[in-house]
Design a protein around this ligand. Structure first.
Ligand SMILES: Cc1ncc(CN)c(N)n1
Length: 222
């Protein structure tokens, strides 16, 4: 049986910002995938924008990896982040295949404003001035929103179109859920030893990730 999760700062913040978390994980676009009413041109827009996002996300995760090697108390932390980086390698290949399947030519896709703003936010988090516990909180939130969203599309009673189940499985599978839990545990452990200022910043960063994720889904409306 799975160990019951210990409640930490992240769960407290999620309770406090529940409606924003729900907005990020149950966006109309996600719900439309689950109920089968999704507009395929929205899906293609999301696909192109997310491909560009993932390319910006790789250096962010690489930065987390470097910091995990230097600043984490436990050697296994680095392995968790390395696993995430490795799956991004597969993810880029997956995007390329999906691009060909759906006729989306990524070389002509231009990052929309919400995407550019999200990338700038990631870049700011890569500064050495930002505490590791804050960076890990952001990292967890970015991954967790996709995990929760796409797992919802695979849940009981879904009418997700067969051609979109690959996308949903990518982030909604149990391995990705376990990986998100591992990242959350690392973040929680770091937050236990964080200063008051870092805790304030981590909560703010969590809220900002959720806002960026909502804005990101919004791009699919075209
Ligand atoms: C916008 C967004 N957020 C999160 C993920 C998951 N790595 C993603 N691919 N794109």
């Amino acid at each position: 049986m799975e160990k019951p999760e210990k409640r930490g700062m992240i769960d407290t913040w999620l309770d406090k910002h529940r409606s924003l978390y729900t907005a990020a994980t149950r966006h109309d676009f996600v719900v439309s995938i689950r109920d089968g009413s999704v507009d395929l041109s929205s899906f293609k827009t999301w696909l192109g924008q997310d491909y560009l996002f993932v390319r910006e996300f790789v250096p962010f995760v690489a930065n987390v990896l470097i910091r995990a090697g230097k600043e984490s108390g436990e050697t296994s932390d680095m392995e968790v982040v390395l696993g995430g980086l490795a799956s991004l390698n597969d993810e880029i290949e997956w995007f390329k295949n999906e691009g060909s399947k759906w006729g989306v030519d990524f070389s002509t896709v231009v990052a929309q404003k919400a995407n550019q703003e999200y990338s700038r936010f990631l870049e700011a988090l890569m500064s050495s001035e930002v505490e590791y516990s804050v960076v890990l909180t952001a990292f967890w939130a970015i991954e967790a929103v996709y995990q929760e969203s796409f797992a919802h599309c695979l849940g009981d009673g879904n009418k997700t179109p067969a051609e979109l189940t690959g996308a949903c499985n990518r982030w909604g599978n149990d391995g990705f859920r376990q990986y998100c839990l591992s990242v959350k545990n690392i973040a929680e452990r770091c937050l236990e030893n964080a200063s008051g200022d870092a805790l304030v910043e981590a909560e703010d960063v969590l809220v900002r990730v959720l806002e960026h994720e909502v804005a990101f889904w919004e791009m699919s409306r075209g």
